[in-house]
Design a protein around this ligand. Structure first.
Ligand code: ACO
Length: 318
């Protein structure tokens, strides 16, 4: 029994903010953001638009592409660091918005690695025979946790959601997965606030040590790629597409260079999405499926890295 991705979908909030527009209120420039990160614009959710509001159209589109009815979903996993509320989970809220009940639903909190974590869990549920159709969603509204006075972070992120339907199949599918975490780096990228007695204790905004994150991400992307390729008995030259977490084009290109992977095999959407954390991989995947780059039989490497620190890779056959 294998797990196969049989449909993708995504949703971006209507409002697009270019670097020049951001530079009207933040002490930055289009040139600085573009040359250091590749980002030209990002989408921001409207006032009151929550992660589940972005997740719902993305999920519906993935279900439609897969030809699966909401009633046939056996499990919902939402990867998010910006849930609608503290609880219930965004996955439960999404389940209710999809008009279904009964199947398990939970959130995965692994920051920018969330989608790769969630996809790995879906693979395990399917291969153990506990589910036949799993809805996996990455949905984020990072605009809610950005400090607009910190130009080193607020220019990097955007909002959006991407979704896939994973189904049981006798054909592979997901070929190999590997997850990691190292909590000793918890301060390198974090939102250190918490709710305490009705007040926020600590900062509720993203903080990061950009230089350290950069070096860490390139190192674990290279290691993670080699690890899953080895466990599937494949080589870098067997890859058709590399779809890493979309944090920064320089991180992605540096990784491709280290792996000896031609730049043409890198799928990058960071230019118009910014860093959408757990949503970035399914957003990029959906774009590449819809525009015809990803074709049946091809081999794809998805890789995430994010706060925790967490990282992981999923190798799959389309
Ligand atoms: N606009 C203009 N100037 C800025 C901005 C800005 N938005 N932000 C910082 N600067 C200034 C700094 O103040 C500094 O000025 P100084 O030299 O006068 O002190 C100068 O630019 C250089 O800053 P650096 O931090 O050295 O710039 P660097 O080239 O390292 O780029 C960046 C910073 C883009 C954040 C880089 O470190 C990076 O990409 N790191 C990876 C972080 C990342 O992608 N995080 C996303 C979340 S993590 C994840 O998803 C895994």
């Amino acid at each position: 029994m294998f797990a196969r991705v049989i449909g993708t979908g995504s949703y971006l909030p209507e409002k697009v903010v270019t670097n020049d527009e951001l530079a009207r209120t933040v002490d930055t420039s289009d040139e600085w953001i573009r040359t250091r990160t590749g980002i030209r614009s990002r989408h921001f959710a409207a006032e009151g638009e929550l992660a589940s509001d972005l997740a719902l159209p993305a999920a519906r589109r993935a279900l439609h592409a897969a030809g699966v009815n909401p009633a046939d979903i056996d499990l919902i996993i939402v990867a998010t660091t910006t849930p609608d509320i503290i609880f219930p989970s965004t996955a439960c809220i999404l389940q209710s918005k999809l008009g279904i009940a009964g199947c398990p639903a939970f959130d995965v909190q692994a920051v920018c690695s969330g989608f790769v974590y969630a996809l790995t869990i879906a693979d395990l549920f399917i291969r153990s025979g506990q589910a036949r159709h799993v809805l996996v969603v990455g949905a984020e509204v990072y605009s809610r946790i950005l400090d607009w006075n910190d130009r080193g972070t607020c220019v990097l992120f955007g909002d959006g959601a991407g979704a896939v339907v994973v189904a049981a199949s006798d054909k592979p599918g997901i070929l190999a997965t590997k997850l990691h975490a190292d909590g000793s780096h918890k301060d390198m990228l974090c939102v250190p606030g918490s709710v305490n007695g009705g007040k926020v204790s600590g900062s509720p905004f993203v903080q990061m040590d950009g230089g350290s994150v950069f070096k860490f991400a390139v190192r674990v992307f290279e290691e993670g790629a080699n690890e899953v390729l080895k466990s599937a008995g494949l080589k870098v030259s067997d890859l058709d597409w590399f779809i890493p977490h979309q944090a920064n084009i320089r991180i992605m290109e540096a990784t491709a260079r280290k792996l000896g992977l031609p730049k043409e095999k890198l799928i990058a959407t960071v230019h118009h999405h910014g860093n959408t954390s757990a949503a970035s991989i399914p957003l990029a995947l959906d774009e590449a499926v819809k525009d015809g780059r990803v074709l049946p039989g091809q081999t794809l490497l998805l890789e995430g890295v994010g706060g925790g620190f967490t990282w992981g890779a999923v190798l799959l056959r389309w």
